[in-house]
Write a protein that binds this ligand. Sequence first.
Ligand SMILES: [Fe+2]
Length: 176
Amino acid sequence: MAAKSPPMHKTRNHLPSNAKAVAIDLLNARLADGIDLALVTKQAHWNLKGPQFIGIHEMLDGFRTAQDEWNDTMAERIVQVGGTALGTTQTVAASTKLAPYPTDVYAIADHLAALIDRFADYANALHENIDQAADAGDADTADIFTEVSRGIDKQLWFLEAHVQEPTGHIRDGNRG
Ligand SMILES: [Fe+2]
Protein backbone atom coordinates (compact mmCIF):
# COMPACT_ATOMS: atom_id res chain seq x y z
CA MET A 1 0.00 0.00 0.00
CA ALA A 2 1.00 3.62 -0.44
CA ALA A 3 2.78 5.17 2.52
CA LYS A 4 -0.04 7.69 2.97
CA SER A 5 -3.39 8.27 1.34
CA PRO A 6 -3.19 10.48 -1.75
CA PRO A 7 -5.07 13.80 -1.46
CA MET A 8 -8.61 14.15 -2.77
CA HIS A 9 -8.80 16.70 -5.56
CA LYS A 10 -11.62 19.22 -5.77
CA THR A 11 -14.10 18.55 -8.53
CA ARG A 12 -17.49 19.89 -9.55
CA ASN A 13 -18.73 16.29 -9.71
CA HIS A 14 -21.68 16.32 -7.29
CA LEU A 15 -21.33 12.84 -5.84
CA PRO A 16 -21.12 12.78 -2.02
CA SER A 17 -17.53 12.54 -0.78
CA ASN A 18 -18.23 9.16 0.81
CA ALA A 19 -19.43 7.76 -2.50
CA LYS A 20 -16.29 9.09 -4.16
CA ALA A 21 -14.04 7.58 -1.49
CA VAL A 22 -15.69 4.17 -1.80
CA ALA A 23 -15.50 4.29 -5.60
CA ILE A 24 -11.82 5.28 -5.57
CA ASP A 25 -10.92 2.43 -3.24
CA LEU A 26 -12.89 -0.16 -5.22
CA LEU A 27 -11.59 1.09 -8.57
CA ASN A 28 -7.96 1.14 -7.42
CA ALA A 29 -8.34 -2.41 -6.09
CA ARG A 30 -9.67 -3.67 -9.42
CA LEU A 31 -7.14 -1.53 -11.36
CA ALA A 32 -4.32 -3.34 -9.55
CA ASP A 33 -5.91 -6.72 -10.30
CA GLY A 34 -6.67 -5.66 -13.86
CA ILE A 35 -3.08 -4.61 -14.58
CA ASP A 36 -1.87 -7.87 -13.02
CA LEU A 37 -4.34 -9.80 -15.20
CA ALA A 38 -3.15 -7.94 -18.30
CA LEU A 39 0.44 -8.88 -17.50
CA VAL A 40 -0.28 -12.57 -16.90
CA THR A 41 -2.37 -12.71 -20.07
CA LYS A 42 0.79 -11.81 -22.01
CA GLN A 43 2.91 -14.13 -19.84
CA ALA A 44 0.76 -17.02 -21.07
CA HIS A 45 0.59 -15.63 -24.63
CA TRP A 46 4.38 -15.75 -24.86
CA ASN A 47 5.22 -19.00 -23.08
CA LEU A 48 2.51 -21.56 -23.74
CA LYS A 49 3.45 -24.57 -25.87
CA GLY A 50 1.30 -27.27 -27.42
CA PRO A 51 -0.78 -28.26 -30.44
CA GLN A 52 -3.44 -25.57 -29.81
CA PHE A 53 -0.74 -22.90 -29.61
CA ILE A 54 -1.74 -20.50 -32.32
CA GLY A 55 -5.42 -20.29 -31.44
CA ILE A 56 -4.83 -19.58 -27.76
CA HIS A 57 -1.84 -17.33 -28.44
CA GLU A 58 -3.96 -15.11 -30.67
CA MET A 59 -7.02 -15.28 -28.41
CA LEU A 60 -4.95 -13.97 -25.49
CA ASP A 61 -3.75 -11.01 -27.54
CA GLY A 62 -7.37 -10.03 -28.11
CA PHE A 63 -8.04 -10.39 -24.38
CA ARG A 64 -5.18 -8.05 -23.59
CA THR A 65 -6.40 -5.35 -25.96
CA ALA A 66 -9.80 -5.31 -24.24
CA GLN A 67 -8.24 -5.42 -20.75
CA ASP A 68 -6.08 -2.37 -21.49
CA GLU A 69 -9.21 -0.43 -22.42
CA TRP A 70 -11.05 -1.48 -19.23
CA ASN A 71 -8.05 -0.61 -17.05
CA ASP A 72 -7.88 2.81 -18.67
CA THR A 73 -11.61 3.37 -18.07
CA MET A 74 -11.30 2.45 -14.37
CA ALA A 75 -8.18 4.60 -13.88
CA GLU A 76 -9.79 7.61 -15.52
CA ARG A 77 -12.94 7.24 -13.39
CA ILE A 78 -10.74 7.38 -10.26
CA VAL A 79 -9.33 10.71 -11.39
CA GLN A 80 -12.74 12.04 -12.44
CA VAL A 81 -14.02 11.70 -8.87
CA GLY A 82 -10.94 13.36 -7.36
CA GLY A 83 -8.67 10.42 -6.66
CA THR A 84 -5.25 9.21 -7.75
CA ALA A 85 -5.02 6.22 -10.04
CA LEU A 86 -2.40 3.82 -8.65
CA GLY A 87 -0.91 2.00 -11.63
CA THR A 88 2.82 1.64 -10.99
CA THR A 89 4.56 -1.71 -10.75
CA GLN A 90 5.08 -1.14 -7.04
CA THR A 91 1.48 -0.22 -6.20
CA VAL A 92 0.11 -3.04 -8.33
CA ALA A 93 2.44 -5.62 -6.76
CA ALA A 94 1.48 -4.43 -3.28
CA SER A 95 -2.27 -4.37 -3.92
CA THR A 96 -3.19 -7.12 -6.37
CA LYS A 97 -5.48 -9.80 -5.01
CA LEU A 98 -4.55 -12.26 -7.75
CA ALA A 99 -2.28 -15.18 -6.88
CA PRO A 100 1.27 -14.87 -8.23
CA TYR A 101 1.42 -16.31 -11.74
CA PRO A 102 3.78 -19.27 -12.25
CA THR A 103 6.76 -18.58 -14.53
CA ASP A 104 7.74 -22.24 -14.85
CA VAL A 105 4.73 -23.66 -16.70
CA TYR A 106 4.52 -24.24 -20.46
CA ALA A 107 1.84 -26.84 -21.22
CA ILE A 108 -1.36 -25.29 -22.51
CA ALA A 109 -3.43 -27.11 -19.87
CA ASP A 110 -1.28 -25.63 -17.10
CA HIS A 111 -1.58 -22.11 -18.49
CA LEU A 112 -5.34 -22.47 -18.96
CA ALA A 113 -5.74 -23.68 -15.37
CA ALA A 114 -3.63 -20.80 -14.02
CA LEU A 115 -5.49 -18.24 -16.12
CA ILE A 116 -8.94 -19.62 -15.18
CA ASP A 117 -8.10 -19.34 -11.47
CA ARG A 118 -7.15 -15.69 -11.83
CA PHE A 119 -9.89 -14.67 -14.27
CA ALA A 120 -12.49 -16.29 -12.00
CA ASP A 121 -11.21 -14.48 -8.89
CA TYR A 122 -11.22 -11.19 -10.77
CA ALA A 123 -14.70 -11.80 -12.21
CA ASN A 124 -16.11 -12.59 -8.80
CA ALA A 125 -14.57 -9.48 -7.23
CA LEU A 126 -16.11 -7.38 -10.00
CA HIS A 127 -19.54 -8.92 -9.38
CA GLU A 128 -19.35 -7.76 -5.73
CA ASN A 129 -18.05 -4.33 -6.70
CA ILE A 130 -21.10 -3.63 -8.91
CA ASP A 131 -23.39 -3.75 -5.87
CA GLN A 132 -20.88 -2.05 -3.56
CA ALA A 133 -20.52 0.94 -5.89
CA ALA A 134 -24.29 1.15 -6.39
CA ASP A 135 -24.93 0.93 -2.63
CA ALA A 136 -22.42 3.75 -2.06
CA GLY A 137 -24.40 5.91 -4.49
CA ASP A 138 -22.08 5.89 -7.51
CA ALA A 139 -24.15 4.42 -10.35
CA ASP A 140 -21.55 5.39 -12.96
CA THR A 141 -18.80 3.40 -11.26
CA ALA A 142 -21.25 0.50 -10.87
CA ASP A 143 -21.86 0.78 -14.63
CA ILE A 144 -18.10 0.63 -15.32
CA PHE A 145 -17.78 -2.45 -13.12
CA THR A 146 -20.73 -3.97 -15.00
CA GLU A 147 -19.01 -3.33 -18.33
CA VAL A 148 -15.71 -4.81 -17.18
CA SER A 149 -17.50 -7.71 -15.50
CA ARG A 150 -19.43 -8.53 -18.65
CA GLY A 151 -16.21 -8.58 -20.66
CA ILE A 152 -14.25 -10.64 -18.15
CA ASP A 153 -17.12 -13.13 -17.86
CA LYS A 154 -16.86 -13.56 -21.62
CA GLN A 155 -13.10 -14.03 -21.50
CA LEU A 156 -13.51 -16.55 -18.67
CA TRP A 157 -16.02 -18.43 -20.82
CA PHE A 158 -13.55 -18.53 -23.72
CA LEU A 159 -10.89 -19.98 -21.39
CA GLU A 160 -13.21 -22.50 -19.71
CA ALA A 161 -14.61 -23.70 -23.05
CA HIS A 162 -11.16 -25.17 -23.75
CA VAL A 163 -11.31 -27.43 -20.69
CA GLN A 164 -15.01 -28.05 -20.04
CA GLU A 165 -16.44 -31.49 -20.58
CA PRO A 166 -19.91 -31.63 -22.15
CA THR A 167 -21.29 -32.34 -18.64
CA GLY A 168 -20.01 -28.97 -17.49
CA HIS A 169 -17.29 -30.49 -15.37
CA ILE A 170 -14.09 -28.44 -15.46
CA ARG A 171 -11.13 -30.80 -15.85
CA ASP A 172 -8.44 -28.26 -14.97
CA GLY A 173 -8.58 -25.18 -12.85
CA ASN A 174 -11.43 -26.51 -10.72
CA ARG A 175 -11.46 -24.35 -7.60
CA GLY A 176 -13.64 -26.78 -5.67
FE1 LIG B 1 2.44 -11.22 -29.25
